[in-house]
Design a protein around this ligand. Structure first.
Ligand code: ZZB
Length: 256
């Protein structure tokens, strides 16, 4: 599994992250869809997951799960190789509402928000949200917009969820907002509609990849299939992303 790791820069270091100043700190999101970064509206963290901050090769600080940090250490992405030295340990809920700067998106600031289905054992435990093209993201965002109690629980303000899906890819039949259209067609109203969301994701994923055309950015008018690699390379060259491999299966040690 090859992921593109998207570097989302933390704008202000608060709470447990304050001790990291003056270092530059990034939340590191793992994606299979670098071409959708034009449509990022927020970043998802699992509120109850454990995250750590580790020193990257160039002295910056990366925040992700310990499991992902270990993989990064073995891939030579961290200052210290082959082992994990956490500088800070922090729970997802302690990072909610963090302001981030992310590449390619038109939103100058995006916020970290809670998503209950973020998996600890996949990617980095940090997920970039593209509600235009990912039904899971669209459903989770709707929940936060519709449920004040959910926002309050995690200290999320209305301003933080005041974002709309951005049309970035045109898909035959689904239009330029595939995830919202498919969610509407299937009657998906919340992230709790789990079975329907699996089906929606499959539909949107396949059609978006094979038949989608970008309608934004320097590759506007090109097929997703043809430009995915170029967008990934462009992000890596600009220092805004890194490549990361994930072993298919691995033994997860509890001690770390
Ligand atoms: C941006 C994006 C845009 C994504 C999209 C999907 C879609 P897969 O193919 O099943 O392996 N993801 C990454 N890590 C996690 C995690 N720890 N927990 C939950 N979700 C995670 O899924 C890879 C995708 O799952 C990644 O790509 C990421 O969301 C999410 F338009 O990043 B994606 C129809 C899907 N569209």
């Amino acid at each position: 599994q090859e992921y593109t790791l998207i570097k989302m820069r933390v704008q202000e270091l608060h709470g447990k992250l304050a001790s990291l100043a003056p270092k530059v700190v990034f939340l590191i999101a793992a994606t299979m869809r670098p071409e959708t970064m034009y449509g990022q509206t927020n970043c998802w963290l699992g509120p109850d997951l454990n995250y750590i901050a580790v020193e990257a090769k160039n002295g910056d600080v990366y925040v992700c799960t310990k499991r992902a940090a270990r993989n990064m250490a073995y891939q030579g992405m961290l200052r210290v190789e082959n082992k994990v030295l956490p500088i800070v340990e922090i729970k997802g809920y302690e990072l909610m509402g963090t302001k981030l700067t992310a590449p390619l998106t038109s939103y100058k600031t995006i916020y970290t928000l809670p998503m209950m289905t973020v998996k600890e054992d996949k990617g980095t435990g940090v997920v970039t949200s593209v509600p235009s093209d990912a039904p899971d993201d669209f459903a989770a965002l709707i929940d936060l917009k519709n449920k004040p109690a959910l926002r309050e629980k995690y200290g999320i303000t209305e301003e933080m969820v005041n974002v709309e899906p951005v049309p970035i890819i045109d898909v035959p039949e689904f239009g330029t907002l595939s995830a919202p259209s498919v969610c509407q067609m299937m009657g998906i109203k919340s992230q709790n509609d789990k079975e329907k969301l699996v089906e929606a994701k499959e539909k949107v994923y396949l059609r978006g990849f094979y038949e989608g055309t970008l309608i934004i950015g320097e590759f506007k008018g090109k097929k997703v299939q043809e430009v995915k690699k170029a967008i990934q390379e462009k992000l890596v060259k600009a220092g805004e992303a890194e490549l990361y491999q994930e072993p298919e299966k691995q033994i997860i040690s509890r001690s770390g």
